[in-house]
Design a protein around this ligand. Structure first.
Ligand SMILES: Cc1cc2nc3c(=O)[nH]c(=O)nc-3n(C[C@H](O)[C@H](O)[C@H](O)COP(=O)(O)OP(=O)(O)OC[C@H]3O[C@@H](n4cnc5c(N)ncnc54)[C@H](O)[C@@H]3O)c2cc1C
Length: 336
């Protein structure tokens, strides 16, 4: 591991100023990736540093910034939480459990209890993909500026089944699957001030930008995450399939949020995680549900539609049936 400077940011403004102030020349020469990087819980970043994939000159620790760990809920404004709210913080919130069931389920099924205590939501949305070729310093893949995608020709059992042409890695955040299904937004703060990005526009597919997963600029940090209010007629579910019950990312996960008029579906959001380089809305499947009474038959029709256009790789064809079954079950689970 290369030497780096460690600084603790007392405020968001200080963190941004620290990105602009000079790092010692000696450390800067040793830094091979960027001059600085921000850290929250460190559960992903420290792995990247140990593997030599991130070699900053300065590490800016956000974890002590007051106020970024607050969560609030209001029936008119919806849910808001700072980037330092942990996955456990969502899991332990009565409001999240009561009003945002899919988000609550995604939190309770992520990683392990120990990791959920450390892992922050800002870091969760900004974590880098888990593709083993990307994570190995021995493979200079496309994501790292190389010309070859080793996953396309090699071990791809956990990779994507949609939009796999450039880089088939999947987005690692299972919480993002649920947040997108609720039409969440993130607030970014940088030297130019604040801006809000809907999650639907926040993530960048590997076709859009193979080396970066979000629209966040190099000097911007996530300062807030917002979900709109849900009414009493909203029904939701989240299901995850993994190799192990714990200590693992998803092989496939599905979040379903339905707005009901009696037993008819008025509006629907269906989002796949671990299917593509971004959390992926399945609009065709949503259209199947809209205006219908949701029966098992309709749910199956929507599930089949959700898999239209899938292009599995050599070793991950199993994901098509897995997603189909999870989608049908999640829809039926949502309508109860
Ligand atoms: C064994 C294991 C299993 C896991 N399983 C799951 C799972 O099932 N589902 C899931 O979703 N995740 C899973 N994770 C990932 C885990 O949730 C993330 O590592 C964690 O959420 C990252 O948060 P952190 O605070 O530790 O971020 P850090 O490691 O501190 O940072 C991660 C990245 O985010 C950036 N960053 C951090 N905060 C901000 C901010 N406010 N603004 C901008 N950039 C920021 C950092 O620069 C870094 O690039 C798993 C991790 C492990 C180790």
């Amino acid at each position: 591991m290369k030497r780096f400077e460690y600084v603790q940011a007392p405020s968001v403004q200080d963190a941004i100023d620290m990105m602009n102030s000079t790092v010692s020349e000696a450390l800067l020469k040793k830094a091979t990736s960027s001059a600085y990087v921000v850290k929250a819980g460190g559960t992903d970043l420290l792995d990247l540093i140990k593997e030599g994939l991130v070699e900053p000159a300065r590490l800016i620790d956000l974890s002590r910034i007051p106020g970024l760990d607050k969560l609030s809920y209001d029936s008119k404004a919806g849910l808001q939480f700072g980037p330092l709210v942990t996955i456990a913080g969502l899991e332990n919130s009565e409001e999240v459990k009561k009003h945002y069931r899919a988000l609550y389920e995604s939190a309770t099924h992520a990683a392990t209890p120990q990791l959920r205590n450390m892992a922050t939501m800002g870091g969760n949305l900004m974590q880098r993909p888990r593709c083993w070729y990307f994570r190995s310093s021995a493979h200079k893949c496309r994501k790292k500026g190389g010309f070859t995608c080793y996953a396309q020709i090699g071990e791809n059992q956990f990779h994507g089944i949609f939009n796999t042409n450039i880089c088939p890695c999947v987005h690692p955040s299972s919480l993002a699957t649920a947040l997108l299904a609720y039409d969440g937004k993130v607030e970014l703060t940088g030297p130019e001030g604040r801006r809000v990005a809907p999650l639907a526009e926040f993530f960048l597919s590997s076709e859009e930008n193979v080396s970066q997963e979000t629209v966040a600029g190099s000097k911007e940090i996530i300062t807030n995450i917002m979900l709109p209010p849900v009414d009493a007629n909203t029904r939701a579910a989240y299901l995850k399939a993994g190799q192990r019950e714990s200590y693992d990312w998803s092989m496939a996960d599905v979040a379903v949020v339905l707005k009901m008029d009696g037993n008819k579906c008025r509006d629907a959001r269906i989002v796949f995680g671990a299917a593509s380089s971004v959390p992926l809305r399945r609009e065709g499947a949503e259209a199947v549900l809209k205006g219908k009474v949701v029966t098992e038959k309709v749910a199956m029709e929507a599930a089949k539609k959700a898999l239209e256009g899938a292009t599995p790789l050599k070793h991950n064809g199993y994901k098509v049936k897995l997603f189909e079954n999870l989608t049908k079950r999640a829809i039926m689970d949502a309508v109860g």
